[in-house]
Design a protein around this ligand. Structure first.
Ligand SMILES: Nc1ncnc2c1ncn2[C@@H]1O[C@H](COP(=O)(O)OP(=O)(O)OP(=O)(O)O)[C@@H](O)[C@H]1O
Ligand SMILES: [Mg+2]
Length: 486
């Protein structure tokens, strides 16, 4: 259905792919893996035509319908969540609204003259709508929205009023409703809670569409995909199995590579010793020469590369007081919906709290009130003598897309030495060139990494983290977990 053949792609100095190939067949569920910034989202953009390869071909079967879920929300507003989801769901969605318009036109006395044309068009649209399962569309839309965690009053409420995370779910609903032949899903689980993730898993198990998906959640990947394409050092390497299978296979391949390398090194060393010893003796000189020629001819294996594991370096923060934060009698409501009614909550030094709860139960709301980004309706938030680091769920809440990576850090800490700042960004794996990139072109994981760097530059002694691992690849996630454990 979709073939990428001999693709090469670079951004300035950064080479993403070299002569890489990939194929997606009907009904297949393929996982795309690779570290943050490897180019996974770029592959999606190559398929949808938003980006062009520097070299190679992208071939898409004619008239193939593709649904693309990405980490961005379009502007929403002026219509209900239900209408928004239906409108975005491809052809049937368009027809749905055209039917509504035609119905209005039929009962409009001013347009009586055009009635024949309107009726004719109505017939056509209705037939196609029925053909595409349009009459079940609304029911299906409700089912999908429920599955993604929407309550009835939200479904009929204004889409524009939703938070970023919830708008993302509307985008997801559009893609799932569209009956597309191919689903490109870029980190679909990021904004979902456990129940919705399980629902999505069931949906993907039942769909007949081909799926190409990235996801930094190993378990989800294992349960959904039957093949993996790993973006590794500019190549696409295919594994016929799930994520665990790929890891085992990679370990075996790495060991084989290492063994082959060592064996070759030993052979080369032996030949070299012979040359060194006998090269000066006339009797053996020709033998030595022929060995030298042999050595020159052997295609040298590169030493196996290991993916780097650079631990985050947290500087030691100043010691805080015993009382970190105390919330008393907190009340908070959004319109009709009461989130907190007299909440008392306290954190002491050295404690580690996990905030859990269903969709929309108010986890982010709690953290925002603690971080001072949101005022409670009533009650008191009292911070102790602490230095807080707040990681917002939406990285863009704290980043400015028009700045470069370096400028963003420089803006926040204008007085620090340039060298120190460059070194910190280096420690967070922003190379020299990366530091000059504008934030708007960064990949999801790169943005998260930058937020962490900003947060930890001036080390806090109270961390308020709202889903900090969402966009991070598995290695970086492990680094963060270890750093936090320490
Ligand atoms: N227009 C651009 N100019 C310069 N660099 C770019 C541009 N667009 C993307 N990049 C870079 O290309 C690399 C690949 O980006 P991409 O979004 O495809 O990564 P990804 O594999 O999806 O990463 P993540 O796991 O973090 O989502 C990143 O390093 C990104 O900064
Ligand atoms: Mg990405």
């Amino acid at each position: 259905m979709i073939t990428l053949n001999g693709i090469s792609k670079r951004h300035g100095h950064q080479v993403l792919f070299v002569d890489a190939s990939l194929q997606l067949n009907p009904g297949e569920k393929v996982g795309l893996t690779g570290p943050n910034g490897a180019g996974k989202s770029t592959i999606f953009r190559l398929i949808t035509g938003e980006e062009k390869p520097d070299d190679g071909d992208v071939t898409i079967q004619r008239r193939l319908t593709i649904g693309h879920f990405r980490q961005e929300v379009g502007t929403m507003g002026g219509r209900s969540v239900l209408d928004e989801a239906i409108a975005g769901s491809g052809r049937a969605g368009e027809l749905h609204f055209e039917l509504a318009q035609l119905e209005a036109a039929m009962s409009d006395p001013d347009r009586f003259d055009e009635m024949d044309r309107i009726l004719e068009r109505f017939g056509e649209v209705q037939a196609e709508y029925q053909d595409r399962g349009g009459y079940e569309l609304e029911a299906r839309a409700r089912e999908v929205l429920h599955g993604l965690g929407f309550r009835d009053e939200q479904i009929d409420g204004d889409a524009g009023a939703l938070s970023g995370g919830w708008k993302m779910r509307v985008e997801m609903a559009k893609v799932l409703l569209g009956n597309f032949e191919v689903l490109l899903l870029d980190e679909p689980t990021n904004h979902l809670d456990i129940e919705s993730i399980l629902w999505l898993e069931g949906f993907l198990a039942d769909t007949r569409a081909a799926v190409l998906m990235t996801c930094h959640d190993r378990d989800f990947m294992n349960r959904v995909v039957d093949r993996i394409v790993d973006v590794d050092d500019g190549e696409f390497v295919s594994y016929t199995g799930d994520y665990d299978f790929m890891e085992r296979e990679q370990r075996i391949r790495a060991e084989q590579k290492e063994a082959a390398y060592e064996k070759q090194q030993a052979t080369l060393a032996k030949m070299q010793r012979f040359i060194d010893r006998f090269g000066m003796y006339a009797a053996k000189a020709s033998q030595a020469q022929s060995r030298q020629k042999k050595i020159d001819k052997i295609e040298k294996l590169d030493p196996p590369v290991r993916r780097e594991f650079v631990p985050f370096r947290f500087k030691t923060p100043p010691r805080s007081g015993d009382d970190i934060v105390r919330l008393t009698g907190i009340h908070k409501a959004y319109g009709e919906r009461t989130i907190y009614k007299g909440l008392d909550f306290e954190v002491k030094r050295g404690e580690r709290w996990c905030v859990m709860g269903q969709n929309g139960s108010g986890k982010t709301t709690l953290l925002k009130m603690v971080a001072g980004h949101l005022e409670p309706d009533a009650g008191d938030v009292k911070l102790g003598s602490v230095k807080m680091g707040y990681f917002a769920q939406e990285a863009m809440d704290v980043l400015d897309p028009t700045l470069t990576v370096y400028e963003q850090l420089d803006q926040k800490f204008p007085l620090e030495a340039h060298g120190t700042k460059r070194a910190l960004l280096g420690a967070f794996q922003f190379s020299g060139h990366d530091q000059e990139k504008r934030i708007e072109v960064l990949s999801g994981g790169e943005k998260s990494r930058l937020v962490l760097a900003l947060m930890l530059f001036d080390p806090p002694n109270f961390l308020v983290l709202d889903e900090p691992t969402n966009h991070l690849d598995m290695v970086t996630k492990r680094m963060l977990v270890e750093a936090l454990a320490n």
